[in-house]
Design a protein around this ligand. Structure first.
Ligand code: CAA
Length: 257
């Protein structure tokens, strides 16, 4: 499937969503956000068991919200733009399978926020990441003020947001902003291998694992622990749970559904 500024490709059970506006560093205008939302729906409807998000071209992952679109926005228009971004990024976060950001270059503002909404982040050595909105007289508008401190801790988040600092891939790794840094020309292959491995895991258990991990940020701890108790016992009796235990005990590979 493809839209003017987004493509969605499948390789078996793995879907790859590519933001494709390389001339504008893949900045997210309204059309692109809407296309991303439709692509996420499509990937879910097609039963993707892992999703990769990346940017087209060799410079940018996503350089943020579209600054030329933002230039003359009224407060009401800005609210609609913010809400659209939030809807799409929430859909990434709640996508019913693991989502990996393949951060292949600049990831600023809304680009960093796309990566934050994903489950896992792998950066190329060329990645540069930051929330530079302060220098546009703004603050992160698509989840950065909430998701960034949860990922890297309050101190680092304040530094990144207050200074608008742009960090390279190795500093991003040190901060915990990305989980791994790989050579630029190995990024796609490495992420494809990760995604294929995740897609082959038991589907239902993977979905529940993601829901339970998301609950860490959405629920107070006791509610999250209660969710985990329900989710854990709810997996018993499924084919994959029985097969997983049987395969281990019989010393053979599991045959998951
Ligand atoms: N929006 C719109 N256009 C953008 C853009 C953006 N976020 N980022 C880059 N572009 C455009 C440039 O205007 C330029 O267009 P023209 O060729 O028509 O002049 C083109 O992409 C190439 O950009 P540069 O010439 O600047 O390329 P560079 O290699 O010198 O620099 C860059 C690349 C470091 C990414 C630089 O473009 C940059 O700093 N971009 C802005 C990053 C930014 O501030 N992002 C935050 C946006 S605000 C936000 O995201 C708010 C939110 O939380 C919702």
């Amino acid at each position: 499937m493809s839209w003017d500024t987004v493509t969605l490709d499948f390789d078996g059970d793995v879907a790859t969503l590519t933001v494709n506006r390389p001339d504008a560093m893949n900045a997210l205008n309204v059309e692109t956000l809407e296309a991303m939302g439709e692509a996420l729906d499509e990937a879910e409807a097609e039963g993707a068991r892992a999703l990769v998000i990346t940017g087209a071209g060799d410079k940018a992952f996503i350089a943020g919200a579209d600054i030329s679109h933002m230039r003359e926005l009224s407060t009401t228009e800005a609210q609609a733009y913010s809400e659209l971004g939030h809807r799409v990024f929430d859909a990434i976060e709640s996508f019913p399978a693991p989502v990996i950001a393949a951060v292949n270059g600049y990831a600023f503002g809304g680009g960093c926020e796309v990566a934050l909404a994903c489950d896992l982040r792998v950066a190329s050595e060329r990645a540069v990441i930051g929330q530079p909105e302060i220098d546009l007289g703004l603050v992160p508008g698509w989840g950065g003020t909430q998701r960034l401190p949860r990922l890297v801790g309050d101190e680092h988040a304040r530094r990144l947001i207050f200074f608008g600092e742009r960090v390279d891939a190795s500093d991003a790794y040190e901060l915990g902003l990305v989980g791994e840094v790989v050579a630029h020309d190995q990024l796609d292959g490495h992420v494809a291998d990760m995604a294929a491995e995740l897609a082959a895991k038991p589907k239902h258990a993977m979905r529940v694992a993601k829901e339970a991990l998301n609950a860490v940020h959405e629920e107070p701890q006791q509610a999250g622990l209660a969710f985990e108790r329900r989710a854990w016992s709810g997996l018993f009796g499924t084919h994959d749970q029985r097969e997983g235990a049987a395969a281990f005990l019989e010393k053979r590979d599991p045959d998951f559904e």
